[in-house]
Design a protein around this ligand. Structure first.
Ligand code: MLT
Ligand code: MN
Ligand code: ZN
Length: 304
């Protein structure tokens, strides 16, 4: 299985356009600290790729990676479609950037699809430019990630959604409750038996998520906040990290202690600009290293 990390920042990115906090200022002073919005590309095994989430940085994220660039010939893209983990704006605004496509294959859970069609009116708006094909991202069973022609049934990567929270985006706060508003993805490659879990937003470390993570070769997890008080301490929110739908890394019930029990390669992604980990010299990196955990880099290639 081949995964290309495309970005590792939470909503706003690093630096965020209207922010001069130490993390954002540090990234302006040290460009190597910049991080694009969290996203991943998954190779289908046919020279094509699915993007996990469509961020406001999607154009640059494609251009930075030769494997994702178009060609040969004009208007031939290796991007086969987009898988959505949730309906948050930092994970969906990039869909509008794909309107030049002949068509866009979108895998999403039912509540995420409804939010994008009923609230953001993406079907209506983008439908005038390109053909959106929606596929159900299943919580039971596994959907093949196909790019173009269908190969043998055990070829390529299969995807399953693992519900991680019922947190609705602010623009759909009154939409019906559903436990599949936010999901982790389990990516499984039958030919090699390898699997990965991608969970950029985790509100609850459920038994189902733990089972998927315990079986996986690689786990990429929500690293939005270092500790539960970070959003209040830094003044960006009146809520705690947990209250914002993001389990913190450190502290009781934090994800670092959970990841430390896994045999998988473990990485953090979706870092908020207030997270001390955005400074590569921060002592917190050493704490993670002792637990065998790393922060993912924007350009990281993961081969399983
Ligand atoms: C989140 O990850 O909690 C959301 O993306 C927050 C936001 O609306 O930017
Ligand atoms: Mn987010
Ligand atoms: Zn900032």
């Amino acid at each position: 299985m081949l995964l290309q990390v495309l970005g590792t920042a939470a909503g706003g990115g690093i630096p965020q356009w209207n922010c001069a906090c130490p993390g954002c200022s540090g990234a302006r002073a040290h460009p190597e600290r910049r991080r694009r919005h969290a996203s991943l590309a998954v190779a289908t095994g046919e020279g094509r790729w699915y993007l996990v989430n469509a961020t406001p940085d999607i154009g640059d994220q494609i251009e930075t990676h030769p494997a994702l660039q178009p060609g040969p010939g004009s208007r031939r893209t290796p991007i086969a479609g987009v898988v959505l983990t949730d309906a948050e704006l930092d994970h969906t605004l990039g869909l509008a950037r794909l309107r030049e496509a002949d068509g866009v294959d979108i895998l999403a859970t039912a509540p995420v699809r409804r939010a994008l069609t009923d609230r953001l009116r993406l079907d209506q708006v983008l439908g005038s430019y390109t053909a959106l094909t929606w596929r159900e991202l299943p919580c039971h069973g596994a959907e093949p990630l196909h790019g173009g022609a269908r190969g043998p049934t055990d070829a390529g990567v299969r995807i399953t959604a693992v519900p991680v929270s019922g947190k609705r985006p602010r623009y759909a706060a009154d939409a019906p409750e559903d436990d599949a508003w936010v999901v982790a993805l389990r990516l499984y490659e039958p030919a090699t038996g390898r699997s990965a879990v991608y969970a950029p937003a985790v509100a609850v470390w459920s038994d189902a998520l733990h089972r998927a993570a315990a079986e996986a070769d690689c786990v990429i997890v929500d690293g939005t906040f270092w500790d539960d008080e970070e959003p209040r301490r830094t003044g960006i929110s009146s809520r705690t990290a947990t209250g914002m739908g993001h389990l913190p890394i450190d502290g009781p019930g934090g994800t670092a202690g959970l990841l430390a029990t896994l045999s998988a390669r473990c990485y953090y992604t979706h870092l908020n600009n207030t997270n001390p980990l955005v400074d590569p010299t921060a002592a917190q990196h050493k704490r993670l290293a002792r637990l065998g955990i790393e922060v993912a880099d924007d350009e990281m290639v993961i081969e399983l």
